[in-house]
Design a protein around this ligand. Structure first.
Ligand code: PLP
Length: 395
């Protein structure tokens, strides 16, 4: 570890954090109801009632030593068995508990997978716009991020640019669909083509190139799209999942890594994942939430609220003259900045008490992210402010 880099990481606040701090201050000054905070991706819809009931039941019924004790490092067998059975039923796959490793959320799934897959100096391709922590995670694993831009208006993969970015140094490619911050969902066609391109690259460069699919928003898709489960399109795939968004449990830190059994080297990879989890000191995923997984593996929060918010915000803003990516999933609207500098745009938005995030940290200039995992009522009340902002740009 590089102590200087760690200190810098600790000191450098992300734009999202800064905006959040600003919002807290502003809310204290003028009242929370007068600030339209669209900065964070913290789910506003609570975990389902059935989940809370199961949690209460398990707390009353089970022996606390079992409930709160260490589990095996890869996770409790009944939780892993339940997850595998659910995936097999939904996606027609053939996973078993031996392919799953439970983690402290998608962030841990990513750091563990990257540590297991990337050697010092190797490259990891990411698609912009991307979750800003990717660069931190990749560099901490000793890798070098190589960004490939996705393009307006649909933010699907640009295969020419992807092929130009792949090399003998590429250890992995990360995808995130539905995407934070664009809300784009990669089509089945894109995923199928990605599988073919990566297979060709493996042959060309004579090495494994892993596809890491970061899927915390997998259940948050609004338009009846078929979700292309990546292991069906590419054998050297690793899935990083969490219940942070789908069950509204971001603070509980629970997720998993799935290695595809189609990969002939999956056992070695799985050992590497166990080793990386150990080396990074994760010990085991939170036990209480592991024990509740068999009961809630089929549950999601009420995502109809996000769909309603998506429709409300997208329709209202585009009617005002803003241009935005049509978000098919996740809970973010990616709005084109009406001036080249998205930072200046987001500063102007603050005048109308609108807190939205400039896109530069997501690896792409000229956009702003509006998180709509807020109450529909907040969106309704914010529309006159967005209208004033649109008028300032004569949209
Ligand atoms: N990946 C993406 C794309 C995210 O947006 C987030 C959180 O917002 C994460 C990973 C981390 O998720 P978790 O809270 O499960 O660690």
């Amino acid at each position: 570890m590089n102590t200087k880099r760690m200190k810098e990481l600790g000191e450098k606040r992300s734009v999202i954090r800064e905006l959040f701090e600003y919002g807290t201050k502003r809310k204290a000054e003028i009242g929370a109801e007068n600030v339209f905070d669209f900065s964070l991706g913290n789910p506003s819809v609570p975990a389902p009632k059935e989940f809370t009931e199961e949690l209460c039941k398990i707390l009353e019924k089970e022996n606390p030593a079992f409930l709160h004790g260490y589990t095996s490092a890869p996770g409790d067998l009944s939780a892993r068995t339940a997850i595998a059975a659910d995936l097999n039923e939904r996606f027609g796959t053939a996973f078993g508990p031996e392919h799953l490793y439970l983690t402290c959320g998608a962030a841990a799934s990513l750091t563990i997978s990257l540590s297991a897959l990337v050697n010092e100096g190797e490259e990891v391709v990411i698609f912009a716009p991307f979750f800003p922590e990717y660069t931190v995670f990749i560099e901490t694993a000793g890798g070098k991020p190589v960004a490939v831009p996705c393009e307006w208006p649909d933010f699907q993969i640009n295969f020419e640019k992807l092929e130009a970015a792949l090399s003998e140094k590429t250890a992995a490619v990360i995808i995130n669909s539905p995407n934070n911050p664009s809300g784009a969902v990669f089509s089945e066609e894109s995923i199928a083509k990605l599988g073919k391109v990566l297979l060709r690259a493996e042959e060309k460069f004579g090495r494994k190139i892993y596809l890491i699919s970061d899927e915390p928003y997998r259940e948050l898709i609004y338009d009846e799209e078929k979700y292309p489960f990546v292991t069906k399109y590419y054998k050297d795939a690793v899935i990083c999942y969490s219940w942070s968004k789908s069950l509204s449990l971001p603070g509980e830190r629970i997720g998993y890594i799935l290695v595809s059994p189609e990969n002939e080297e999956w056992k070695n990879l799985y050992s590497g994942i166990c080793g990386a989890g150990r080396a990074l000191g994760f010990v085991c995923a939170p036990a209480l939430f592991q024990h509740i997984i068999p009961k809630c593996v089929k549950m999601t929060s009420d995502i109809s609220v996000y769909k309603q918010n998506r429709d409300l915000l997208y329709n209202a803003l585009t009617k005002m003259g803003f241009e935005a990516v049509y978000p098919k999933g996740a809970f973010y609207l990616f709005v084109k900045s009406p001036e080249p500098d998205a930072n200046a745009f987001c500063e102007k938005a603050k005048k109308y008490e609108l807190l939205i995030v400039p896109s530069d940290d997501f690896g792409i200039p000229g956009f702003a992210r509006v998180s709509y995992c807020v109450s529909s009522e907040q969106i309704e009340r914010s529309l006159p402010s967005f209208k004033k902002l649109a008028e300032e740009y004569s949209l």
